[in-house]
Each structure stands twice: as C-alpha cells, then as structure tokens.
Design a protein around this ligand. Structure first.
Ligand code: BGC
Length: 762
C-alpha cells in the first residue's frame, strides 16, 4: 500500500505564513541553508569601503568577453569592451559578471579583483543555467510533465556540477513564475499552471542547484525569479502589467517563490512587471514588508536586466537617479546591467536621499553571500580550466538527460494502439521541419549548450530501428515559412510509407523571453503540411515540439496518435525514439492545459465557476461557454496516456467527515488491464463547495506515480488534513472553513475519475 501525506499547513496558519510543504529531501535542508551567516570580517570590510566601492558591490554586469555568451544573448548591450571590464574589477566598480565565458575569462577578472583592487573583494560569477550547462536537459516546463520533482532536483544538480566546474557560482534559476496564459512565452522556463507543482518543482530545483553546502565546488547559489507574478502579465504579453487581488497573489502566484526560499534559496530576482501599479523593482511592500518582514528571507535581491531603469518607462521613476533610489529603498540590493547603482548611489547617500545604513545593509547581504559561497576563502575555488572540461557532458550526465527526456514526453492520444511503433517490417516516413537537424531541439535559454552535440530525431530513429533503410525523411516545410515543393515531397514520402511520423510545432525561438503569441497554434505552413500529408491516408503520429501548451486543429488534432515532446535538450532524438518504439512506456502528464482554441486563454483547470456553468454535455443557451465551444480543455492539466490500460476503482474514505484536528484517508485501486508495463500518475483533487470566497472548481492536492506491471493492481492511499483545505480569506489570512468538499481520484484535472464527498466539521 502506498501512502502520500499531504501538506501540514496547519502549523503555519496562525503565524500567517504560507505553506511549507516540500518534497521530503527538501525538508532536511530547510533550516540548514535558509540562513545568511554574516562573518565579523564583513562589517570590518564595510567600515573601510568608500561609497563608490559599496555601490560597486551592488553592480552586476553582463560579461564583456568579446563575442561571448552574454553578447550573443543580448546583442544590444554593446558592452564588449573586456579590458574596460577588467579595469572596473580593478577599481572595485563591479560585484561580478553574468553569462561570461568559462574559467579562462573568470580567472582574468577574478585576478584583477582580488589581487589588484584596493579592497580585494572577490567577484561572483553568475549565469542563466536554466536547464543545463553543456549537457542540456528538457526545458523546465517539460520536466514538470514528469510529475517527479526529484528528477528536477537531479538535473539541477547535474547542471550545477557542470556549471560550477566552469567557474559559475550563481545561477539565475529556478524560474518559478506560475503561468496560466499560454500566450506568454516564458511559461517554458517554469513550473506550469498549478500551484502544488510550482511549489514542489521550485523547492526541488533549489535543492539540486545548491546542495547542502554553499562552499561546495559542485553546487551554486540559486535565484528564485521573477519576484513576483511575472507570469500573470495581462494578455500574456511579456513585461506587461499585473493587477490582481492580494488573495490570489498569495494563494497562487507567491507560493512557488515561498517554497524556493523555504528550500534555502538565498537570492531572488525582481520581476519586470508592475503589480497593482507598483513595479516590482520599486515595490517596498513586496521586497521588504512581505519578503523580509513576513517571510524572513535573509538573502539578497537582484534586479532583472535593467529592471531599475525600466521604472522610468513604467512612469514610476523620474530618471535614472530616482530609479536607483526607489529600487534600493524598496529592498533591491543589486542592480543588474543598468549601472544606475554605481552611477547614483554614492551621491544619493551623500545628499541624504538614501540612508547609509540602507546601502550598508545591502552590501552586507552581498558580501555575506560571497563569504558563504567560499569566495573569500578561495576566490578561484570554482575556476579551474581542467575541471571545466573534465566535467563537460559526461556519459552519466547524458544518460540523465535521456531519462529526463523520456519522462517529460506526454502521450496525448493513441487510438487503436498505433503506438508503440514496430522496429522492423514497416516503412516509416519521418516528416516535418524537426525531422532532421540539431537546431530547435534544445529549447530557449541555452547559454552554453552546443546544438551540434544534440541527437536529432532522424538519428534517434535510426538507432532504434532494426532496418535503418525503413526510414524515409522529408522536411516538408520550414518552421514558419513554406519550402518550395516541400509539401509534394512530403506527400510522396507519406504514400511510400506504412506509417507517418509528423514532427511539427514551434521553433525554439517561438517561446522564451519576449515571445508572446496571439495564436498558440501550429504555424500555418506546418498546419498546411499536416493537412496535405493526412490525405495520404496513412496512420499518422504527430510529434509536437513546443514551449507552451498549444491549441491543436484540423489534421493535427485528428491524428490518431499525438505526443507532446516540448524541447528535450541534448538527448532529444533518443528520448523520443525510446517512447515511440516502446522501450519506455510514456508516463508524462501535462503541466499546462491544452485549450480547444487560443481565444480561451488564459485557460487553467483550477478556475472558478461562473453563476451559470454549462453542465457536461451539449452547450446550453445563456450558460458560460463560447460560441460553439465549451469552456473546457482539449487536453487538461494532468492528462497523459501510457502503454498500459489503467482502470480506477474502489474509492473509499476512512470516514464521512474530517474533523478540524484529524485526518481523512482516501484510497482507490488502480489496475493495469493492459499487456504492457506502465506508470500511472494518480491525482487527488478537491473542491470546496461553499466558502466565504468562491473557490476553484478543482485543486490538485496530491499525486502519486505508480508503476504497474500488466495485470497488477495497487491501492493508493492519500491522507488529507483540514490545513490542506485552507485558503486566503478576504483579510489575507489562511483560513479553513467547515463545510462540504468534493474529492476526486482521477487521471487528470478534468477526467471524471472517482468521486466522493466529505464534510469538514468544526
Ligand atoms: C531575464 C532574466 C535573466 C536575465 C539575465 C533577463 O532578460 O528576464 O530571466 O536572468 O535577463 O540574462
């Protein structure tokens, strides 16, 4: 019998703190790493520093290494003067650089800082290690599909091992912004639409990056970003306004950041957006009252890239000087890239517009963190050219990338058991812009990965097929542009084959920063390709590439088999072949709902009910639906099929009522009636029927991944406590109200599953 114990939020309710439910490995480290130790020498140093040197310690810049990673990511920065940057390090005008280029570069800069600057304070080296360093793992959203937080912990740890080996002390990760509008491009970097998943994966990633010892040369400091609610941008338009009730902010959007801090993350990045009229970067309530006052966060906050300066365009700061003042006073300790802190803070302090104590406090946090990372003991501890190459792309790291890749794949549909495909005896036409070639596999936010090391689909297929000649390949179309004659060739290939695998979807540049889309569909030329290829009448498997949930249409939606494969990184082709040819029974579940149409966005399963919900079945007049379309998902959060046939039965509750101080057990039996082994993700949802504030129609409270051999049954047992049913009331306090609750054990957020009710009694 399996048991899943759900959050023990009750203990924290009185204190007004939010949930601290974490995956079990996180709990052990919770107390150990959440504290910032300030050694006495830090204040001695501060006592000897000039105002300019203090402002320098709060100024982080993109690496100016010519032609390097930072410049490739952000060509407009125009800051490629490396000798000048070395000079800045020498003069104490720099706290560190980000997205630099490895140990050689780091050694030059660090030498200037610790040997040639007056205060000899070491630099910190940061980078966007979002889903891998050299070995690229699935994009973060894809990893959430595994419903296995520990997998994300392991890939974060492996990424840290490679990156720390290359001199990186600090990653701008995890990105923990809940994203419920698929038009937004940056959902690909995060934990999806759900609160519980957001919390679990945030904590797991912090654990993986940081390990249990900040001084370790195998780990690095994590940074929870983008604080806060960046994923709630209106219209899904990147950088846009957020305006929402404090209850929702606390109950949904703030939760994963809190989980990251509880797991020990000692840095945070301010988000670009404003919240209820105040940009995060200048938001004292957010950065100081809530983060430090209420939550007790002891680490430091960095702005996002020129986020302080952007308060001018927001219409919140008059000029650069005002922006620097507002940001520091709000509680943003470090300025990224604008240079405004080093330009204006000394004068602001001299003129009494910023208290010196505030400046010193920020410097103290930054220096204490550098000390905790071991940089004062040995500034070169992570900078070692030999270690950098010795750790790069080890076989075990690639094996982990392949494991993570397989686990991230979600089988959306598999009519008449079209999958898995045979390894021999059939001709397979692999068609589409992603059939061949290493571009568009690794996904957005790859700073150091090398496309050329990635396994493409054709290569993965060939190594899985017994008869290599049974594979026919046709590109058919570009990602967003048609290819002359491409469709004809593709149709010819489809006709010559027994089975078609159509690899289509978004290019990797179509999600990520500043990549909002109005229509979240397969790009038009590829949709046309799908329609044409379908006319060949061959069984068709659609293999989707995507950085967000998509609205599937026409021949794509109608294909008998569909796999959601996201961007899987270095081992893409192998991971997809593992699933397609049956080496691995798909076990992924959607971390974000696929809507029926783009126009439903933001669509998420945990929505509220209207006063006129349309009952299941046909659309009724004057009920909540769109013209001709119900307001439900094509494939909801939590959906995903396996190669088994999973049956749910025997829902049982340990009692009809849950007393405030007790618990209730909910059990069900899952059986694999198929002929192949499978892993099922059993999900538990609840709904509070009547409350003083309306509640979501369903909320995920727990899940369990269960391995089932053919014919095997397993009883899955969950326990719920009153605290698991808490919500933020109108006065922004966690509250639990007695009353009736629905409970489901189900294979997805919108599947009927097994249903029961119970009473929460006072
Ligand atoms: C992004 C951050 C990133 C930073 C540094 C910004 O544009 O919003 O997520 O960490 O750049 O590259």
């Amino acid at each position: 019998m399996l048991e899943t114990r759900i959050s023990r939020r009750a203990a924290l309710i009185g204190a007004g703190a939010v949930a601290a439910w974490l995956a079990s490995p996180a709990r052990a480290l919770l107390q150990a790493v959440g504290r910032l130790d300030v050694p006495p020498f830090v204040d001695q140093l501060i006592g000897r520093m000039t105002l300019e040197e203090k402002a320098g310690q709060l100024s982080l810049m993109a690496s100016a290494w010519g032609g390097g990673a930072a410049l490739a990511l952000n060509p407009p920065q125009g800051n490629a003067d490396f000798p000048r940057q070395v000079e800045e390090a020498r003069k104490g005008q720099l706290t560190g650089v980000f997205n630099g280029n490895g140990a050689t570069m780091a050694r030059i800069l660090q030498t200037a800082a610790v040997k040639e600057s007056r205060m000899k304070i070491p630099l910190i080296f940061a980078a966007d290690i979002i889903h891998g360093h050299r070995t690229i793992f699935p994009v973060p959203l894809a990893e959430v599909a595994s419903f296995e937080p520990d997998l994300a912990r392991r890939t974060a740890e492996a990424a840290a091992f490679e990156a720390a080996g290359a001199g990186i002390d600090w990653t701008f990760s995890p990105m923990v912004d809940i994203a419920r509008d698929q038009r937004w491009g940056r959902g690909v970097e995060g934990g999806g639409e759900d609160v519980l998943m957001g919390r679990l994966f945030a904590a797991a990633r912090v654990q993986g990056f940081q390990g249990s010892d900040f001084k370790s040369i195998d780990h690095m400091l994590a940074c929870a970003k983008h604080f806060a609610a960046y994923g709630a941008a209106e219209e899904g338009l990147d950088y846009n306004t957020v305006d929402m009730s404090e209850e929702r902010l606390r109950e949904v959007y703030l939760q994963p950041y809190k989980a990251a801090f509880d797991a020990g993350a000692l840095s945070a990045m301010a988000s670009f957006n404003d919240i209820n009229g105040v940009p995060s970067t200048g938001n004292h309530w957010l950065m100081t009252d809530l983060l430090r006052g209420e939550w007790g966060f002891q680490g430091f906050v960095v702005s996002d890239y020129t986020g302080d300066e952007e308060m001018i365009a927001h219409g919140f700061a008059k000029d650069g000087r005002d922006a620097a003042r507002l940001a520091l006073l709000a509680g943003v300790d470090m300025s990224m890239q604008s240079g405004l802190y080093r330009q204006h803070l000394p004068d602001l302090v001299r003129k009494g517009e910023v208290p010196q104590a505030t400046l010193d406090q920020s410097v103290r946090r930054v220096l204490a963190m550098k000390a905790m990372l071991g940089l004062f003991d040995d500034p070169f501890r992570r900078i070692d050219v030999k270690r950098e190459s010795a750790r790069s792309m080890l076989p075990r790291t690639r094996a982990l990338a392949r494991e993570a890749g397989r686990k991230a794949i979600v089988m959306l549909k598999n009519e008449r058991d079209l999958l898995p495909l045979p390894r021999s005896g059939k001709k397979i036409a692999l068609i589409g812009p992603f059939a061949r070639g290493q571009h568009d596999l690794v996904g957005p936010w790859v700073v150091y990965g090398d496309d050329a090391k990635a396994v493409d689909l054709a290569t993965g297929f060939r190594s899985a097929l017994t008869d290599k000649n049974s594979l026919i390949i046709a590109e058919g179309s570009g990602v967003e542009e048609p290819i002359a004659g491409g469709i004809e060739q593709a149709v010819t290939a489809a006709r010559a084959a027994d089975i078609v695998v159509l690899a289509i979807g978004e290019g990797q540049g179509m999600s990520g920063e500043a990549q909002s889309r109005t229509e979240i569909v397969v790009p038009e030329p590829q949709q046309a390709l799908a329609e044409a290829v379908a006319t060949a009448g061959k069984p068709m498997v659609v293999v989707l590439k995507h950085g967000r949930a998509l609205a599937l249409q026409g021949a794509v939606a109608n294909a008998p088999a569909i796999l959601a494969t996201w961007f899987l990184g270095t081992e893409t082709g192998n991971a997809i072949a593992d699933v397609l040819f049956g080496d691995y029974s798909p076990s992924g579940r959607l971390p974000a709902s696929f809507p029926l149409r783009s126009g439903q966005e933001p669509y998420y399963y945990a929505h509220k009910s209207t006063g006129r919900p349309n009952p299941p079945g046909p659309l009724e007049a004057y009920k909540a639906h769109f013209r001709g379309i119900p307001n439900s998902a094509l494939y909801p959060f939590g959906h995903g099929l396996t190669y088994g046939k999973i049956d749910y039965s025997g829902l049982a509750l340990s009692a009809p009522a849950l007393p405030m101080s007790g618990e209730i057990a909910i059990t069900a039996t899952v059986t694999n009636r198929g002929t192949r082994a499978a892993e099922e993700v059993v999900q538990l949802y609840t709904h509070d029927r009547v409350a003083s504030l309306t509640r979501p129609v369903r909320e995920l409270k727990a899940f369990r991944k269960v391995a089932l051999a053919p014919g095997q049954s397993e009883v899955v047992r969950f326990t719920l406590r009153a605290s698991d049913l808490a919500f933020y009331s109108r006065d922004n306090r966690l509250t639990v109200e007695p009353g009736s609750f629905d409970v489901w054990i189900a294979p997805s957020a919108e599947a009927d599953g097994l249903h029961a009710t119970f009473e929460l009694t006072a």
